[in-house]
Design a protein around this ligand. Structure first.
Ligand SMILES: O=P(O)(O)O[C@H]1O[C@H](CO)[C@@H](O)[C@H]1O
Ligand SMILES: [Mn+2]
Ligand SMILES: [Mn+2]
Length: 412
């Protein structure tokens, strides 16, 4: 009975990326800086207080991994005497520090081409593109058209959007064209249709994603984004672990935004859920439903979307602790022959300047009944993760990545 469960904690980086300086991210360390701030009493909110408390992640080896990745002293201090899981870190080779690059590389397809990006200028979008969108979509104009944080721009422009009916266009350091609009007043289906139009118009510009960002509320003080976000991604450039699993006769159950991130390629079943708690429950159910040869692939997005980009250290710490409390339920689902691997797609250090992702190494922590509790070192590419899962599922080797499964079994 071989099943693989792959969990991406979106943006939970552990610092130490060898190429961080070229992204302006030298020293960025999502987990490390949260540990430091929490230890200093600077990560307090209504849900949590004091030093970071993640005993279950610690027992799987998260802090061993964090120390390995960056030499962070605060992480080293949280290492337990005994570890039950396998642990390591991985360096990204993809050119970008965005979500698709991270996930595709994990799944064996590093992104070695450059995405198109919109310049940090106002307007960020070329006039010719805007006019093409207006003509195709039958709208009279747009608001925004600049780099922005998604929550700030709806506070700034949401009321004007309600008055004028014009959608809000914005981007970020990622290869994205994002559209915010009121879910009921502009209409969700209309927003999705607009995103589909824009998707076709930015294909030639090599833009990774067009993202629908619906929100509700009546004024700047009450606007709130909803769980109906939808990402329109380009297709991965080569077959991923997902395609290979399906080709080998397995099912891929995609939890949270995984389906969108892979443009639904190689996805047998999509199970969306909004918020880490619901994503966690959906993951447990997916594991119950998975059979021999199947891959359950889940993304826990709150770390990134609600806390990393918002530079909310206390919120991020509380989310890590909530995941830690959930973790025993997850490991409790594992049967003989299962392999659980928890990792991340990039960093988003909540203590860093700006609101963008940070280039970091990512943790590899995992567990499987009968697998060795040992270190697997610093892997040179995230693709080693997918290759290890492929090896576990018995679906053959790929060009990118090297399996470390042999280090966890007595095959070594
Ligand atoms: O600020 P919000 O709207 O959350 O957007 C963030 O989320 C996008 C997609 O993950 C990133 O590119 C960043 O812009
Ligand atoms: Mn991400
Ligand atoms: Mn993000």
């Amino acid at each position: 009975m071989a099943r693989a469960i792959l969990v991406v904690l979106d943006s939970v980086g552990i610092g130490g990326a060898a190429d961080a300086a070229s992204f302006g991210d030298e020293g960025a360390n999502t987990v490390g800086h949260i540990i430091d701030r929490a230890a200093a009493g600077e990560a307090e909110n209504d849900d949590r207080s004091g030093p970071l408390d993640c005993p279950n992640l610690a027992r799987l080896g998260l802090f061993h991994a964090a120390e390995l990745a960056s030499g962070h002293a605060g992480a080293a201090a949280l290492k337990p005497a005994r570890v039950d899981g396998f642990w390591g870190a991985a360096q990204e080779v993809s050119h970008g520090k965005d979500t698709p690059s991270g996930h595709w590389e994990i799944a064996g397809v590093p992104v070695l081409f450059d995405w198109g990006y919109f310049p940090h200028e106002v307007p960020a979008f070329p006039q010719s593109l805007l006019e093409a969108i207006y003509a195709e979509a039958g709208i009279e104009g747009s608001l925004g058209n600049r780099h922005a944080s998604g929550t700030e721009i709806i506070a700034d422009l949401g009321e004007e959007h309600l008055r004028t009916g014009l959608p809000i266009f914005y981007t970020s350091a990622d290869s994205v064209f994002q559209i915010a609009a009121h879910e009921t007043r502009f209409g969700l289906d209309r927003l999705y249709a607009l995103c589909e139009t824009v998707r076709t118009l930015v294909d030639d510009m090599n833009i990774g994603r067009v993202i629908a960002r619906p929100f509700v509320g009546e004024n700047a003080a009450s606007f709130e984004r909803t769980g109906n976000r939808r990402d329109y991604s380009v297709l991965p450039p080569a077959p991923t672990l997902l395609d290979r699993t399906v080709a080998a006769g397995g099912r891929v159950i995609a939890v949270g935004k995984i389906g969108d991130i892979f443009a639904h390629q190689g996805v047998s079943e999509v199970r969306k859920a909004s918020g880490n708690a619901a994503i966690g429950e959906t993951t447990l159910k997916a594991i119950d439903d998975a059979g021999d040869g199947d891959l359950v692939f889940a993304n826990f997005v709150d770390f990134d979307m609600l806390y990393g980009h918002r530079r909310n250290v206390a919120g991020y710490a509380a989310a890590l602790e909530a995941f830690d409390r959930y973790l025993p339920e997850l490991t409790g689902k594992l049967r003989d022959g299962d392999l659980l691997l928890i990792t991340a797609d990039h960093g988003c250090d909540p203590t860093w300047s700006g609101t963008d992702h940070t280039r970091e190494r990512v943790p590899i922590v995992g567990f499987g009944p009968g697998l060795a509790a040992t270190g697997v070192g610093i892997r040179p590419t995230f693709a080693d993760i997918g290759e290890t899962l492929a090896d576990h599922l018995g679906i053959g080797a790929d060009d990118d990545g090297t399996s470390f499964l042999g280090e966890l079994t007595d095959r070594a």
